[in-house]
Ligand binder design. Structure first.
Ligand SMILES: [Zn+2]
Length: 134
């Protein structure tokens, strides 16, 4: 495919595509390039996350706490699977990345999520400041 430079400041492309093309990737999956499409985005939300990462979701059900964040909680099945090598850390990273992406998409249309996220950030910053004090 022919490409053009990306704007250095905005990082945006400069409308190159003038036709539609579906590209089959060698390892499965497809990409569609179509005029006017500015960004690829997920559209199935939380359900899609569960479909793609059903192994991680199944593990999470076995955590001791139903609201486990899989960070420092005792009895975390995901941390256990990481420790015994049955779960690839890269896979968990991908799961978390996708989760953040889905949340960011949801936050664009949902003020409640935006407020929750802002509160969570405030708590994290306050906690970090408290820890930093001698
Ligand atoms: Zn857990």
């Amino acid at each position: 495919m022919r490409t053009r430079e990306i704007d250095q400041r905005s990082g945006e492309g400069r409308h190159m595509t003038s036709h539609r093309q579906l590209v089959q990737l060698p390892r499965g999956g497809m990409i569609i390039d179509t005029p006017g499409l500015r960004e690829a985005q997920l559209w199935e939300g939380e359900d899609a996350l569960g479909d793609v990462f059903d192994d991680i979701e199944a593990l999470a059900l076995r955590c001791r706490f139903s609201d486990c964040g899989h960070e420092t909680e005792p009895g975390c099945a995901i941390k256990g699977a990481l420790a015994d090598g049955s779960l690839d850390p890269g896979r968990l990273q991908s799961y978390r990345k996708l989760q953040r992406e889905l949340r960011a998409i949801a936050a664009r249309s949902d003020a409640r999520i935006r407020i929750e996220d802002r509160k969570r950030w405030k708590r994290l910053i306050m906690a970090a400041r408290t820890r930093a004090r001698p």
